[in-house]
Design a protein around this ligand. Structure first.
Ligand SMILES: C[S@@+](CC[C@H](N)C(=O)[O-])C[C@H]1O[C@@H](n2cnc3c(N)ncnc32)[C@H](O)[C@@H]1O
Length: 280
């Protein structure tokens, strides 16, 4: 089969799930990831015959896409701001909203020396992006999942970025972290009732440890972040959180009850209340 035949097969098999341009984009990503081919190859060499091993790879990818597996897990990496990051079944796929959270921190803080802690780091996306844009900052990143931390460490190595990774539970009473100027967290925040509305590409493939807050306590992780902040944040320091828009009001109340000041909400690119900043 030629490249064009494969492209047509992808369009045919995936048409009920995705738009035509999206399928073409997926197809080109696969060509780049598997064979190192430029996106223009499809237009320039539609009659190129694929070898049987190349055809096998595309066939497996097509079947995985039909089963709703996210493209990022099929190719094993994703883009986050200017970084290419490895992702796998133990790490959440970083979202554009989280890029906005990092953007807010960069907007607020110039390249002076700061110590910053990322709680629930997953692939390491937040900590690594901050280190990339602010090389003078000292970055610490925490996760309970050793498997996720292994991926985050591989990303740090691949990008030659120095981040101090810590394996710890945000629920533990004392995590060995230094005092810091900023705390950032995108903790698990999906509440159980939201599960029924979730798409299978998320629910069936992304780690539930990264997605869901405890069933009876949807704000559990925010409470833990605030407790850690009371111990580890320097006076005048700030907290930046990605939040669940459904709990925006409760979170604002929680900020005040913990004694933090100047709570500010920011909307994401979809117009949802998605980020919260407050200060000690
Ligand atoms: C929503 S994901 C965020 C990952 C990454 N920061 C991002 O923005 O894509 C939440 C992360 O918190 C971690 N996590 C879950 N429970 C935790 C706990 N009790 N203590 C520390 N980390 C935890 C998960 O392993 C996951 O990597």
């Amino acid at each position: 089969m030629t490249l064009l035949n494969w492209h047509q097969l992808f369009q045919e098999r995936l048409q009920t799930k995705h738009s035509k341009p999206a399928i073409t984009t997926y197809f080109k990503h696969l060509l780049a990831a598997f064979f190192d081919w430029e996106p223009t190859v499809l237009g320039l060499y539609p009659d190129r015959e694929l070898s049987s091993s190349q055809a096998d790879e595309l066939q497996k990818a097509l079947e995985a896409l039909q089963r709703d597996k996210p493209l990022q897990y099929i190719i094993g990496h994703t883009e986050f701001m200017d970084l290419t990051l490895k992702v796998g079944s133990d790490t959440l796929i970083p979202r554009p909203e989280t890029e906005e959270l990092v953007g807010w921190i960069l907007e607020d803080h110039e390249p002076s020396r700061l110590t910053v802690t990322d709680l629930g780091t997953g692939s390491g996306c937040i900590a690594l992006a901050l280190k990339h844009y602010r090389p003078d900052w000292e970055l610490h990143a925490v996760d309970v999942s050793i498997a996720a931390l292994t991926v985050a460490e591989e990303n740090a190595k691949m990008l030659s970025l120095r981040v101090h990774f810590h394996n710890a539970d945000l629920g533990s009473s004392d995590i060995a972290l230094p005092k810091c100027n900023l705390i950032v967290s995108n903790p698990p925040y999906v509440s159980f009732p939201e599960k029924v509305e979730m798409e299978s590409n998320v629910l069936d493939y992304e780690p539930h440890l990264a997605l869901f807050a405890p069933e009876q306590k949807p704000l559990y992780f925010y409470e833990q972040v605030f407790k850690i902040a009371l111990k580890k944040l320097s006076k005048g320091g700030a907290i930046y959180l990605e939040i669940n828009p459904l709990f925006c009001n409760e979170l604002m109340e929680m900020v005040v009850s913990f004694g933090f000041k100047n709570p500010t909400i920011r909307q994401d690119l979809f117009g949802k209340n998605r980020m919260l900043r407050c200060q000690l």
